[in-house]
Design a protein around this ligand. Structure first.
Ligand SMILES: [Zn+2]
Ligand SMILES: [Zn+2]
Length: 159
């Protein structure tokens, strides 16, 4: 999601100052660690990344800063079927949906124009003014569905 990753600093500053908040060193460091992380990290994974650079920052601060990023629209969060909340940089220009493997936890992104159009059509038919959506498909990823029954489980993917 190149656009958000390039201009997050300006956009975050704007959002914070509109809410009488400042881009403190801690917030900057946490946001930087977040936008450098690919995939869909959860709070523990981000906290570990932040701690490597700044051991004094607590998990609560990381959490609060992530909430700010979500509230500002710079990040999106999802629970993906009740597991720990996962975060990713959000960008309206590169919308995508997710397939979640219930066996290994891997998350695959996809984007399908026909599905996007159909959703808008359905909303329109119901007189529903849709401003966003989340589509999550649950099942087995290719690796897991091809695995022989009884063979050892693959390691959980941290994405
Ligand atoms: Zn899998
Ligand atoms: Zn994603």
């Amino acid at each position: 999601m190149p656009e958000t990753r390039d201009d997050w600093e300006e956009r975050l500053k704007e959002y914070l100052s509109a809410n009488d908040l400042r881009l403190t060193r801690q917030r900057h460091l946490i946001a930087e660690a977040f936008f450098e992380t690919d995939g869909h990290p959860n709070i523990d994974e981000l906290y570990l990344r932040v701690r490597r650079r700044a051991p004094h920052i607590g998990q609560a601060t990381v959490y609060r800063t992530l909430r700010l990023l979500v509230d500002s629209g710079l990040a999106a969060s999802s629970r993906f079927g009740g597991a720990a909340t996962r975060y990713e940089a959000s960008d309206e220009d590169s919308h995508h949906d997710h397939m979640i493997c219930t066996e290994c936890g891997s998350i695959t992104e996809f984007n399908n124009e026909a599905i996007e159009r159909l959703q808008e059509e359905v909303a329109r038919k119901h007189g529903f003014a849709m401003h966003s959506h989340k589509m999550e498909l649950y099942g087995l990823c290719r690796k897991c569905s091809e695995r022989e029954p009884g063979s050892p489980e693959p390691p959980k993917e941290a994405r």
